[in-house]
Write a protein that binds this ligand. Structure first.
Ligand SMILES: Nc1ncnc2c1ncn2[C@@H]1O[C@H](COP(=O)(O)OP(=O)(O)OP(=O)(O)O)[C@@H](O)[C@H]1O
Ligand SMILES: [Mg+2]
Length: 316
């Protein structure tokens, strides 16, 4: 299958309730069935991948079927872990009389806006770097659009921020070694920690930018607002050199749906589908029908996943 399944990493984004989690689960299932060892990662704080598979998942990888593993990143837990690691990193670097005060400040920082996102991004980064050699495919189910975009553009922002910190630190060290007047570079664990962080984010950014490795998919439904929002999201990500290559147009009225009410809806929908063809020329558009019922059983998920497979095959 061209485009869809030849990449290793997929991020599934889109507006609230359009079918991101269902699509991410279906795509993971499809990959696993094709023999690829697949990891499905939920990064949405309101996890429902577990509900979709009718099982408890949690923060550790859980094997669901042959080749299919899933995990849910818990932002609160990640923030705690992240803060703990920051404290660990500082151990031995600061005077013991300052420890309490510094820890207080770090704890306050953990409650500021953006801390959860930084922790979540750190967790995604670790999964990408640690698991990319263990899995053939890694699929991320993300939270609604705005959140995802902020998250995906974080490595760029964090890169710039850390660069600034590294430079500042270097200057302090140079001044310090000049002051000591022996010209020897000073050992600085904070500088080393920052440098490591910088390398980690740079590695992740490289992965995200590599179009052969990473694909960004958006799910939307054929209505005016989701189209507008997706158009904006696609543009915004492109500004950060991230290209959405596939759109899953979900809940398209199936041909067999009849009645005059549905007929009228179908006409409107047809116009929106045409608008989408025009608006999203660079993307592969995959149509998935509206099912009679929500996708709440594994059988329904398999059916959904078959639809995705067929639609992709058609486009390949
Ligand atoms: N093609 C479809 N036909 C019928 N029901 C569907 C279809 N796709 C998704 N659903 C149902 O729509 C609801 C929303 O789907 P899902 O949870 O996958 O969306 P989401 O984008 O992940 O939502 P959120 O933004 O809340 O995470 C679910 O009840 C799901 O079973
Ligand atoms: Mg979801």
């Amino acid at each position: 299958m061209k485009e869809l399944l030849n990449k290793q990493i997929y991020f599934i984004g889109g507006k609230g309730g359009v079918g991101k989690s269902t699509s991410a689960a279906a795509i993971s299932m499809l990959c696993a069935k094709q023999g690829f060892k697949t990891l499905l990662v939920s990064t949405d704080p309101a996890h429902n991948v577990g509900d979709i598979f009718h099982t408890k998942i949690g923060g550790k990888q859980k094997k669901l079927t042959d080749n299919l593993y899933a995990m849910e990143i818990d932002p609160e837990q990640e923030t705690k872990k992240y803060i703990q690691s920051v404290k660990e990193n500082l151990k031995g670097m600061i005077k013991s009389s300052l420890v309490d005060e510094v820890h207080r400040q770090i704890d306050t920082a953990a409650t500021t806006p953006g801390a959860d996102e930084a922790a979540m991004f750190n967790a995604i980064s670790s999964i990408l770097l640690e698991e990319k050699d263990n899995f053939d495919k890694i699929v991320f189910d993300t939270a609604p659009t705005g959140h995802t975009i902020r998250l995906l553009t974080l490595p760029e922002l964090m890169g710039v921020w850390i660069d600034g910190m590294v430079k500042k630190r270097k200057k302090i060290n140079t001044n310090y070694s000049n002051l000591l007047n022996d010209g020897e570079p000073v050992e600085d664990p904070i500088y080393d920690t920052l440098q490591k962080r910088k390398e980690k984010f740079a590695a992740v950014r490289k992965l995200l930018l590599d179009q052969e490795t990473t694909g960004f998919m958006f799910v939307l439904i054929p209505e005016r607002l989701p189209i507008l929002e997706t158009e904006q999201a696609v543009k915004l990500l492109a500004k950060h050199d991230l290209y959405v290559d596939t759109l899953i147009i979900n809940k398209v009225l199936p041909n067999e749906a009849d009645g005059s009410f549905l007929q009228r809806r179908r006409e409107i929908e047809k116009e929106y589908l045409q608008v989408m063809e025009k608006t999203f020329k660079k993307q592969i558009l995959i149509h998935i029908p509206l099912f009679e019922e929500d996708i709440s059983s594994l059988q329904a998920l398999e059916d959904f996943s078959e639809h995705v497979g067929e639609a992709v095959l058609k486009k390949a």
